[in-house]
Design a protein around this ligand. Structure first.
Ligand code: IMP
Length: 430
């Protein structure tokens, strides 16, 4: 049985959690494979609302195996807090959760470095990270010398290794003038703290790569849950205003260890409009009443940081690019109900740059800053649609809006979401 991946096609927060939740019942294994506690999703299960950032949302179905794979960066305290919170609310967490021993661990120095470097040397505009230590941890992974993986915490000599790395980090931070941060790093205290985490996490830690390869070969049904969105991809996104992992479809295999040949279906998730948190260009941003309408109706505030999200029109140039990049087969269009009551809607169909019209998404952030969106205007709809369950019951203008998105992006729409609950979903063909 093939693996399916779910990828956000914008700048994150596309409501992928709901799509994953809907698909989980058709799968035996759900996998998180990149990013870390910078991601946050809200899942409504059994009438209760849960916020998860590291544990896959499949956890609400005890028969589903949840895997946190090698490409994720783990903040142990956050992971344990999630486990405890779920358990205290009666959700089973035990043999259904497996965390990769290859995953890299976030230490206090990564969080200090994130604070220090977030707005350094990016040309006057901060990256606006989530300050969860994600970038610095991936930097150490790529640099190797200071990297510590989850499996390392169980090996002899770990106390010395943590002491060595902490000492180096302390010197580096002090050398950069961050004396308070440097002083806060107590190698012995950090070792003891992390040894405690390691002990509590031990029942979950294992070789997820081997587990997933066996699962592929045994034709298990695997669901791969992307975090963030493809425009935040470290290699193909709006660099440097991106996250530190491959958050587009190209990251599925490297992060999970599941070879590309097993991923036979890719669902690309988009909002019916666009949002972005943090810095970086956003051609269709509406810093006006329209943006406010979307923010209020869509409750567009960050799950992790509560920062108000920047809001704007749907950008078909950007989404067509990330759809191609991620090998998307079909789209899920989320939060369509948020657009109700707007008198007219706009879709960006091309960019104008230096007197020329193009549908190519620029590789350089400066070019993206300079483009002018070319809009097509479509009529809005004034009625509520959150109760609608069939495409044919949507207002004509909502159907025309969806059809235009599908034709501009070049993929069919399989799922339309008109509210946060599972039931508030329209499956194409109904
Ligand atoms: P970092 O991932 O914390 O390093 O942040 C880098 C950029 O990615 C910032 O613009 C963040 O706001 C953005 N980002 C990281 N995770 C998410 C997410 O889950 N949703 C939306 N934006 C995110």
């Amino acid at each position: 049985m093939p693996a399916t991946s779910v990828i956000g096609l914008q700048w994150g927060d596309e409501a992928k959690g709901k799509v994953v939740d809907l698909l989980t019942e058709q799968h035996e294994i759900v996998v998180r494979y990149q990013g870390g506690a910078n991601a946050g999703h809200t899942v409504v299960a059994n009438g209760q609302t849960y916020k998860l950032s590291l544990i896959p949302s499949g956890i609400f179905r005890p028969e589903v195996r949840c895997v946190v794979a090698a490409g994720v960066v783990i903040h142990p305290a956050t992971l344990l807090a999630e486990v405890e919170n779920l358990k205290s609310r009666g959700v089973y967490v035990g043999s259904n959760l497996m965390v990769s021993e290859r995953a890299h661990v976030i230490f206090p120095w990564h969080i200090e470095e994130d604070r220090l470097f977030n707005d350094a040397c990016t040309g006057g505009e901060a990256i606006g990270t989530t300050l969860r230590g994600i970038g610095p941890c991936y930097r150490d992974k790529a640099g190797r010398s200071f990297a510590i993986r989850l499996g390392d915490l169980y090996r002899p000599g770990i106390a010395d290794r943590i002491a060595q790395v902490a000492e180096f980090k302390r010197k580096t931070l002090a050398g950069l003038g961050a004396h308070e941060a440097a002083a806060s790093l107590d190698p012995d205290g950090i070792y003891k703290e992390y040894a405690g985490y390691a002990e509590r996490l031990q029942p979950f830690v294992g070789d997820t790569t081997d587990f997933l390869l066996d699962a592929c070969e045994n034709e298990k049904r695997i669901l791969l849950e992307g975090a963030q969105g493809a425009l935040l991809d470290i290699d193909h996104g709006t660099f440097p205003f991106v996250t530190a992992s491959n958050s587009s479809g190209v990251g599925v295999s490297s992060g999970s260890g599941v070879p590309g040949r097993y991923v036979t279906k890719v669902i690309g998730v988009v909002k019916a409009y666009s949002t972005r948190v943090g810095g970086g260009p956003f051609p269709t941003e509406q810093d006006n009443e329209t943006g406010q309408h979307i923010r209020q109706r869509g409750n567009e505030y960050g799950t992790v940081t509560r920062r108000p999200r920047r809001c704007g029109w749907f950008d078909a140039v950007a989404v067509r690019y990330t759809t191609r990049l991620s090998g998307v087969d079909a789209l899920a269009v989320m939060l369509l109900d948020v657009l109700s009551e707007l008198p007219e809607l706009r879709i960006c169909v091309a960019y104008e740059w230096k007197g020329k019209t193009t549908t190519r998404f620029p590789a350089h952030v400066d070019e993206l800053r300079e483009v002018q969106p070319v809009y097509e205007t479509l009529p809005g709809w004034q009625q509520e649609i959150s109760h609608v369950r069939r495409v044919r019951d949507l207002p004509l203008s909502a159907r025309a809006y969806l059809d235009r998105i599908a034709s501009l992006v070049g993929r069919p729409i399989e799922i339309v979401s008109v509210g946060p609950d599972r039931e508030q979903t329209i499956f194409a063909g109904q």
